[in-house]
Design a protein around this ligand. Structure first.
Ligand code: ATP
Ligand code: MG
Length: 484
């Protein structure tokens, strides 16, 4: 038999909330522990917001009037096995993380910020103080877990109404909210993107006024919010708001450089900022992979740097894929994104993003296909996905034709791959062996020999075995003068 989901009936309010069994258990244990300690406790923040919206919740946010760490420890004692409690004494916050649930605890507090620092001065406060310091009305909702009014919704700023109206508003005056903690500007845009809500006009005006203050926030925290925007269903909403608020210019100026179209002799080019956003939305329909989404954001990043107007021809962006690829590590470093194989994958996708287009022409040789398969390797599928997302024509006949062309490229690649198995292929003699054979140190010559061998085999000029490869390398080595 399937048990019905437990519900939390909201006290004196025409609404209730669906909980799963685990959430019901957590709430009961928190309520019990708080009562035993004589503390008031409330569900609050993202948990309440998302439950009312019927969204999936990741963790339960609990606020108590008193010592949040003490409450967390008492709650942990009620679980078997007893989960670990992590806490930050300075902030009065604690976190229980177990295999199947997460609970965040915080003691209710009053807060005021120093103008040039992110370090809040925290002092204990009432529930009301705590709701006042929260970023948005929809995040300031609380539900009582106390015996006398269990389930009562405390909504001092009309958060429920704003959830219905799909609007983001700050509880206090927005200039004060954003000046106290400028990260909230990013959060406003992040929630607008994730929830598809509108930021109230006066609130957005305040973001514009306070945009410069984002500079006091660490890059890691900014990038964290940026990544959440990128992972939303329709990330363009967030980038458009970041752009219009002036925040993007500060946090990611290279992307703003893509905006606008220049005209010479009546000829314009497309606005590469909005084109990029369209590509990002397109790819986001097919993948939740953050790095493929980053590849979409960066695929044309070097267009401004390579832009030229050629007389009688029009606008060109020659080499933007190569220059763009080179820009990727620097942008990742600036944004404090990881400089690992994910960065390399994004770089590779940016570098290769025009290659499949060149293979949509007629009479493409197998060797051109082999080269793409070799260069893309295991990122072949991702590359094709990026190319398909890159079709942003408004003409649906053109879109269909381009998609069909890519379908043909895919088929051609599949045939060649079946025959030659290139994607995970390595030449029969590698760089290390080349150095041994010709007594070379790591040098330009080694790269040259390696590249020449790879090309010769992919082009079908040299058989794919050790002896043939050795013979080829020997003659090539003589040609470039590394052996006599
Ligand atoms: P999500 O978990 O989906 O990111 P959330 O609303 O739960 O959304 P958290 O960062 O987990 O966001 O924070 C929990 C709650 O803490 C928020 O709902 C909000 O009430 C409060 N909060 C978080 N960050 C801030 C901030 N910078 N300023 C004010 N209140 C904040
Ligand atoms: Mg949360």
């Amino acid at each position: 038999m399937v048990a019905e989901n437990p519900r939390l009936v909201i006290f004196a309010h025409p609404m209730d909330i669906q909980l799963n069994d685990k959430e019901k258990e957590i709430i009961d244990k928190v309520a019990q522990a708080a009562q035993e300690l004589g503390l008031e406790s409330y569900l609050v923040g993202g948990f309440v917001r998302d439950k009312i919206l019927g969204r999936r919740t990741k963790d339960a946010d609990i606020v108590c009037v008193g010592d949040g760490i003490k409450l967390a420890k008492a709650v942990a004692q009620k679980f078997r096995p007893i989960p670990e409690v992590n806490y930050f004494k300075n902030f009065g916050t604690a976190h229980i993380h177990s295999s199947d649930f997460d609970i965040e605890f915080v003691g209710a507090r009053k807060e005021s910020y120093q103008r040039h620092s992110r370090k809040p001065e925290v002092e204990p406060g009432t529930l009301e103080d705590d709701q006042n310091r929260r970023d948005f009305t929809i995040n300031a909702l609380a539900i009582s877990l106390n015996k006398n009014d269990f389930g009562k919704l405390l909504d001092p700023f009309n958060g429920v109404q704003h959830l219905e109206e799909k609007i983001i508003i700050t509880p206090l005056e927005p200039d004060r909210t954003f000046s106290d903690d400028p990260l909230r500007m990013m959060r406003a845009i992040r929630f607008a993107t994730q929830l598809n809500f509108k930021i109230a006009d006066e609130v957005f005006e305040s973001v514009k006024r306070n945009a410069e203050r984002i500079k006091i926030i660490s890059q890691e925290r900014i990038t964290d919010e940026l990544n959440k925007i990128i992972l939303a269903n329709k990330p363009s909403i967030g980038f458009d708001l970041l752009y219009k608020s002036g925040l993007l210019k500060i946090i990611f100026p290279k992307m703003v450089d893509l905006a606008g179209a220049e005209f010479i002799e009546g000829k314009g080019h497309k606005d590469n900022f909005y084109h990029t956003l369209q590509v990002l939305d397109n790819i986001s329909e097919n993948t939740d992979d953050l790095w493929l989404r980053w590849a979409a954001i960066l695929h044309d990043i070097a267009k401004p740097a390579t832009k030229k107007f050629e007389e009688g021809h029009g606008w060109t962006f020659h080499g933007h894929e190569v220059v763009g690829g080179r820009m990727v590590p620097k942008i990742f470093a600036q944004l404090k994104l990881p400089l690992n194989e994910k960065m390399k994958q994004v770089k590779k996708l940016v570098e290769l993003h025009l290659r499949p287009i060149s293979l949509t022409k007629e009479n493409i040789t197998d060797s051109a296909i082999r080269r793409l398969l070799f260069d893309a390797g295991e990122d072949f599928e991702a590359l094709m996905m990026l190319c398909e997302a890159d079709i942003t024509s408004k003409n649906k006949y053109k879109v269909r034709r381009y998609l069909e062309n890519f379908q043909l490229v895919r088929e051609h690649c599949r045939e060649v791959e079946e025959k030659d198995q290139i994607r995970n292929w390595q030449p029969p003699i590698d760089g290390t062996r080349i150095m041994e054979l010709f007594n070379l140190k790591p040098s330009r010559e080694v790269g040259l020999l390696k590249g020449a061998l790879k090309d010769a085999i992919l082009d079908g000029e040299v058989a794919n075995n050790y002896d043939a490869a050795y013979e080829f390398l020997l003659s090539k080595a003589k040609e470039i003068g590394v052996v006599k």
